[in-house]
Design a protein around this ligand. Sequence first.
Ligand code: MN
Length: 430
Amino acid sequence: MKIIYITGHKNPDLDTVCSAYAYAVLKRKLDPKNQYVAVRCGHLSDSSKKILASLNITPPPFMGDVFPKVKDVMLTNDERIESSAPLTEVAKNYKKTNPSVVPIFEDGEFLGLLSVDDISSWYMDKLSKGDDLNSVPTIKDVMSKQEAPIQCTDLFEEAKMSLSTSSKRGLAVFDGNAFRGYVTRRCFLKAPKYNVILMDHNEPKQSIKGIETANILEIIDHHRLDAIKTSLPIFIDAEPLGSTCTIVYQLFVRNQIVPDKETAKVLLTGMMADTLVLKSPTTTAVDIAAAKALAEICNVDVKEFGHAMFNNMESISNLNPENAILSDFKRYTERGVNFGIGQLEVTTLADLDTYKSKYLRALEDVREKNGLEWAVLMITNVMSENSVLFTTTHRSVKHLPYEALEPGILDLPGVMSRKKQLLPEMIFTL
Ligand SMILES: [Mn+2]
């Protein structure tokens, strides 16, 4: 049984976590022989957390990286040999497995590793002194001083290094203070690889840490392609649709599986979030049809469900402005200019005055801390389908085709998409 991790991109949004969640449900049905685990490789924004909580959906657990670890190669022994036992106790099983080290216990607690070197040096020592070799020593008599244990979450490459520079043949592996197993040099002959399915992204830079050391098994995405080279042929489903959740829904259909109510709700959530209740210009007829079908399964009205979802978001005046801006912030380099665009969705712009000055200040901080020439924040009203744009001072601002409402704030009627509407206009002014 293989474990296959399904992960979305860094700075996870709802489409990324919901598509990973739902695709894991589908894969478990299609391939019950393997274990599919949906994970997220970053922290969710407060708004996303709140929306998922209101729908009773537990988000996928956090996983920081897919680098191979000590726990993936360590050995475990069911046998508990006590240090007070005679060395014959170890000799009994030695022929079967020829272990280079054997874990030894004292009153049931792990004491250390006995290595073949310990045994040979003990006997060599006796021989050199001309001592009697007829009496059998206890295991404890023979054991040498122990090396510090390593942790099961330590990286494979680092542990390999520690062992190769140590005079020992093996190292004990702990989880905190508890003994879990041990590694020998043989454990490090080949690095294990994690199996990963990428959702809602394909660029290694946007992926979980360590992705370059993993086996990518599949990619399900709706972004431009800039993927890693793979060594084997893989399944890719990349389509220019409004959300990755739409693609996952299509995969359910293609496999003639009807998503259960819970999964349908999860898919609809990701879809509503990425298409801004099907109003973003990235929305296609396929998204609209999929949303309708999913809404029928969960017995809700698409628009009502979408608007209720956004209504459930934390008002942005209550958020920490810098964290809010960075929760969905994308950086670009065009014509030698480094700039960034953040986007926040709201259900009203009536309270703009309560937060505009602190957000403008925070935006300038974000610009400076990230070494950008220009930073903007698009605040999109998903109800009325328009946005306002907060901007730092930059020579290009006056060339944007938008009217200024006041210094640093522009009006963007009908604009909802960062990649399809705002980004091309910004690049044009550079
Ligand atoms: Mn997406």
